[in-house]
Design a protein around this ligand. Structure first.
Ligand code: ADP
Length: 317
């Protein structure tokens, strides 16, 4: 090969090497750029604004624009969160404040009902009482929903006897059961679990309330307790309308109501969400077994209190 030929070959090889190096540099830069942008997006998703860059390159001007965009999205999200919190707290406050006047209306209507009244006045008084009770249920549900939304539920578990919890919860559902012509049977138990008695009553009471609400007239609801190794399992069983299999995952979502029952049974779809949240705060869980048209069993698992050959002292009834 002539000297010129060698020279051309060397230049060509040099060109190839330089092009490969340039390509590799560009690939590295592009990889870094994508890594940086995806880190920024991740940070923005978790609410942080990426640190600014101070270079005068075309690339850094894209960086700056992306940063501005992420910044304004974050601001918009923050504003939305603040507005949502404000609305939630307003609803919670109004609901709380409406409870007292409503209780007074119910009390006074009951007092009026005890007096000697003409049949017409009695009918009207009962109407007022009935409407006030409905309003009271709605307002109580709103108070509960605002608790649920704000994550303000704090449980203080203590060793507590389940028979007392179940009896109190059943007492609160007794009127509704009577009105539906349902029998609510609580089986005896000596189980002691680790739970906040007030919140446990609320959680299990919701299940009893549902069992009555979704039963037919004359239905029987049975509440029983099984002591397992780590948990106490509280079963609330009804022979009511049941739940379709494809719905069992949805019923614990806030505001979910089955289209098959939503029209003829009152409710807002937050009872089960609240029950699940309360039970989870105790370190427990909720399960459901159901067959449409045959009934349902909701099972609440609450931690057992340490088996104490100890005295009953300190056990909350
Ligand atoms: P609500 O009863 O106010 O609708 P819940 O959150 O308590 O709200 O229940 C959500 C849905 O789950 C109900 O709308 C109903 O469709 C279904 N459900 C709950 N408990 C039962 C039950 N014992 N039997 C049949 N369906 C039930």
């Amino acid at each position: 090969m002539t000297a010129l030929g060698w020279a051309v070959l060397v230049v060509a090889l040099l060109g190839v090497v330089l092009a490969a190096a340039a390509l590799e540099r560009e690939r590295t830069r592009s990889r870094r750029r994508w890594d940086r942008w995806s880190t920024w997006v991740d940070e923005a998703v978790s609410g942080r604004l990426p640190a600014p860059t101070f270079e005068e390159t075309a690339e850094s001007s894209v960086d700056a624009r992306l940063r501005r965009f992420l910044g304004s999205s974050l601001d918009a999200r923050r504003r939305l969160d603040e507005e949502r919190d404000a609305i939630q707290s307003l609803i919670g406050t109004i609901a709380h404040q409406a409870k007292l006047p409503l209780s007074n209306i119910i009390l006074y209507a009951e007092l009026v009902g005890e007096a000697e009244l003409s049949p017409e006045t009695r009918r009207r008084t009962e109407l007022v009482l009935d409407q006030a009770m409905k309003l009271d249920t709605l307002v109580s549900t709103l108070v509960t929903a605002s608790f649920l939304e704000s994550g303000a539920i704090v449980v203080a578990p203590v060793p507590c006897r389940l028979d007392a919890v179940l009896e109190r919860a059943a007492g609160e559902v007794a009127t509704a059961a009577g009105e539906r012509g349902c029998v609510l049977r609580v089986l005896p138990t000596a189980a002691v679990c680790l739970a906040d008695p007030t919140w446990a009553r609320e959680a299990i009471g919701n299940l009893m309330d549902n069992a009555v609400k979704y039963s037919s007239a004359g239905g029987v609801v049975v509440v029983g307790v099984e002591e397992l190794e780590v948990f106490c399992r509280i079963d609330v069983t009804d022979a009511g309308v049941g739940i379709a299999e494809e719905e069992t995952a949805s019923i614990f979502r806030r505001f979910y109501r089955s289209p098959s029952t939503a029209d003829d049974r009152p409710g807002l779809g937050i009872g089960l969400a609240l029950t699940r949240q309360i039970v989870q705060l105790h370190g427990g869980f909720v399960r459901v077994r159901s067959a449409p048209g045959r009934g349902s069993t909701f099972s609440v698992y609450l931690p057992r209190a340490a088996p104490a050959g100890d005295s009953d002292a300190g056990v909350d009834a």
